[in-house]
Design a protein around this ligand. Structure first.
Ligand SMILES: Nc1ncnc2c1ncn2[C@@H]1O[C@H](COP(=O)(O)OP(=O)(O)OP(=O)(O)O)[C@@H](O)[C@H]1O
Length: 217
């Protein structure tokens, strides 16, 4: 569950202070799937970074599963980050590792079982079973994003933050990827916050919010 209240955040823009969030409030109940829209530069990625504990707000409260992020020290924040699923537009796979090694990378930092029980079923569902020995650059964009999804899901997160995960995919692949992500999150009761520019993809979500001028419309 995500609870943001009265969030203020600004960035230095040359000599000027540029306000990004202006008293923003957001509630995402456990298992809810939220699509986040808004014009370029309105702060969607910034909000995901604040929720991931990568950026500190100027003021306000950001709670994830009851944890007030501003009260965590650096070590606690690092542990917190390891337990969230992050999915990126540009996939962020390690090109020197195989698909299988990429999928297991974060899991192996957090858990002792080398190959978890759900691994086979998950890679089958994501259509990656025949690609496990390939390197990321040998995959299509949609396949690379499915590797990113498998990596996030295997880490058993309670929330997934996805930053334009379909930004590099054509329409058909975008729908495929979002449907799969949604099914996997629903089956595991994972909350999802996904940034997208595509209004067509918002039908899959429980809730849709549009950011404008540092607030939700
Ligand atoms: N590292 C940074 N230093 C200074 N300003 C930044 C930095 N990163 C982003 N910004 C500014 O913060 C604002 C919000 O950026 P952000 O990336 O969150 O927008 P966005 O809504 O995700 O945009 P897009 O849809 O284009 O990805 C923009 O004005 C951007 O120029």
């Amino acid at each position: 569950m995500i609870e943001v209240s009265n969030l203020f955040f600004s960035r230095a823009d040359g000599g000027e202070k540029h306000t990004i969030f202006n008293g923003l409030t957001l509630d995402v109940p456990q298992s809810q799937h939220l699509a986040l829209l808004g014009d370029s530069g309105c702060g969607k990625t910034t909000l995901l970074h604040i929720l991931a504990g990568l950026l500190k707000p100027d003021s306000g409260s950001v709670k994830v599963n009851g944890l007030e992020l501003s009260q965590l020290n650096e070590q606690q924040l690092a542990l917190y980050r390891r337990k969230i699923g992050l999915i990126f537009q540009h996939y962020q796979l390690l090109d020197c590792l195989t698909v299988k090694q990429n999928i297991l990378f974060q899991h192996n930092l957090n858990f002792t079982d080398q190959v978890p029980a759900q691994f086979d079923e998950l890679v089958q569902k994501l259509g990656l079973y025949n690609k496990l020995s390939a390197l990321p650059h040998q995959l299509s964009g949609g396949e690379q994003q499915r590797v990113g999804i498998a990596r996030a899901i295997l880490n058993k997160p309670s929330i997934i933050l996805a930053d334009e995960p379909t930004g590099n995919l054509d329409q058909q692949r975008s729908h495929q990827v979002v449907k799969l992500l949604m099914e996997l999150c629903q089956a595991r009761q994972i909350s999802l916050v996904m940034v997208t520019h595509s209004h067509q993809l918002t039908d899959y979500f429980d809730n849709v919010k549009v950011l404008r001028d540092g607030q939700f419309e």
